[in-house]
Design a protein around this ligand. Structure first.
Ligand SMILES: Cc1cc2nc3c(=O)[nH]c(=O)nc-3n(C[C@H](O)[C@H](O)[C@H](O)COP(=O)(O)OP(=O)(O)OC[C@H]3O[C@@H](n4cnc5c(N)ncnc54)[C@H](O)[C@@H]3O)c2cc1C
Length: 261
């Protein structure tokens, strides 16, 4: 019997890869149109060319030798590269203080390159949102938004954000629903900007602790991102929560104004 994995982001795909190497049959289902999850890459067309932005996860670092060798394997496979960026802390006067150097990696040609690679030898079905999980005669059954169902699973792994667990598990695994109900993810408003002229910054990315924006990155400084002056501005969790329901043009305005200082 196969094991079902709901969610084909970094967590679901890593779990599936482990199960596959242990000789298990695994099938993954994801509501997204393609690979990415919170490591997704957005693109827009400008002058007939694609401009790509990493709008979720910005880079990866390794805190163990094991993960370091996984990262190096991805580099060898051509789906990741080291991002040799100068990253600084910006104070409220705009003064930059370099952050300690460390090896930082990004997916290529976008963060989702890693997710696409992990998914490539797995049985993943995209565009399938699970709306119910049932257990009958010792087997698990998944029901999808479009009315279809798949059954006969030995186990189900849920690799989706905590807030999305309660409606799926309230009936079949109430103890999981109860834990998930106590978890709340932080929001993050993100502005994706392309400038006509080069931005005169001597660093590639910055963290700030004041005002709207908490993270600024020159997306174009990452490997294989093209020549456009493309920047990603991520607002702090506090600011995003306070402005959660604001109009997106007002958000863009506030973030760009902060960037201009
Ligand atoms: C703005 C932002 C910045 C970040 N920056 C960094 C960073 O710089 N470095 C870093 O290491 N991490 C960063 N992170 C965290 C990192 O992106 C996440 O920890 C990681 O990508 C989560 O992976 P996951 O597989 O757990 O979840 P996800 O990537 O969210 O994958 C879950 C998947 O489940 C699918 N799904 C959800 N519900 C259903 C359903 N009902 N049916 C079917 N499919 C479903 C979704 O489509 C999604 O693909 C950042 C996250 C965000 C949001």
């Amino acid at each position: 019997m196969a094991i079902a994995v709901i969610g084909a982001g970094m967590a679901g795909l890593s779990a599936a890869q482990e199960l596959l190497s242990a000789g298990k049959e695994v099938r993954l289902f994801d509501k997204g149109r393609g690979p990415g999850g919170r490591m997704s890459t957005r693109w827009v067309e400008l002058n007939g060319q694609q401009v790509r932005f990493d709008h979720g996860a910005q880079y990866l670092t390794a805190r163990s030798d094991q993960f370091q060798s996984v990262l190096e394997g991805w580099v060898e496979s051509g789906v990741a590269a080291e991002w040799q960026a100068q990253i600084v802390d910006l104070d409220h006067h705009g003064q930059a203080k370099p952050r300690p150097k460390q090896k930082r990696y990004v997916g290529t040609p976008g963060m989702n390159g890693i997710i696409r690679h992990l998914a490539s030898d797995l049985d993943v079905k995209w565009g399938m949102r699970v709306i119910d999980i049932q257990k009958t005669s010792g087997q698990w059954r998944l029901v999808f938004e479009d009315g279809r169902a798949e059954d006969g699973f030995e186990a189900v792994i849920l690799a989706i954000p905590a807030e999305q667990l309660p409606p799926l598990t309230r009936q079949c695994a109430p103890e999981i629903a109860k834990v998930a109900e106590r978890i709340q993810s932080e929001p993050c408003w993100t502005t994706l900007a392309v400038f006509k002229d080069r931005v005169p910054a001597e660093w590639q990315a910055a963290r700030t602790s004041e005002g709207a924006v908490a993270w600024i990155a020159n997306n174009a400084s990452k490997p294989q991102r093209g020549d456009f002056e493309a920047w990603v501005l991520q607002a702090s969790a506090n600011w995003s929560r306070t402005h959660l329901e604001d109009d997106k043009d007002a958000i863009t305005d506030a973030c760009l104004r902060r960037f201009a200082i």
